[in-house]
Write a protein that binds this ligand. Sequence first.
Ligand SMILES: [Zn+2]
Length: 196
Amino acid sequence: MAAKKSSSHQTTVTIEPPQFDRPEVEIRASTRRKKTGNAHWSGSRIVVQIPARVRGRERREFVDDLVLRLMSQRPQNAAGDGALEERAVALAELYNDGVLPASVRWVNNQRARWASCSPDTREIRISSRLRQCPEWVIDAVLVHELAHLQEADHSPEFYEIADRHPRQHDSGLFLDGYALGLGLRIESGDVDLESA
Ligand SMILES: [Zn+2]
């Protein structure tokens, strides 16, 4: 009888704490894997399997790529930039006096805020983190960013527009709880203020 050789395979497990733009990530580096990686959800954690031979910067990129790809595949919010932009246009008609943005897109690089708006270029960016939130929360964040097209600062005039969305306040509470639930240390505050 041939002896099993499974003992020659090794798996090293590393846990990365949650960050602003991603949940907790468990990295399983296995000598059994040669080239390909894999990522799946395990509760609120993402488990990534990678070849043990991938190291350093290559490993960082390998893991980031798998994590971001999985996060953008969450079925409840699989919609792409096109659908997001369509939603923003409908909301602009309802709440923003028909003032429209030049572009609206999901981004993966917002580390310290949920969304942002550049009033000069009229571009709105929404963190991919929000893909996992209910639609009314995404709507409220969109209305907040749309309002910045009319009022750049968080002035009383700004809030007069942003708060036209009936659940703007609830949305803020939801996002505070969401951040807490993900184990993120974010100060409560505006959706688009950089946290310290
Ligand atoms: Zn703002």
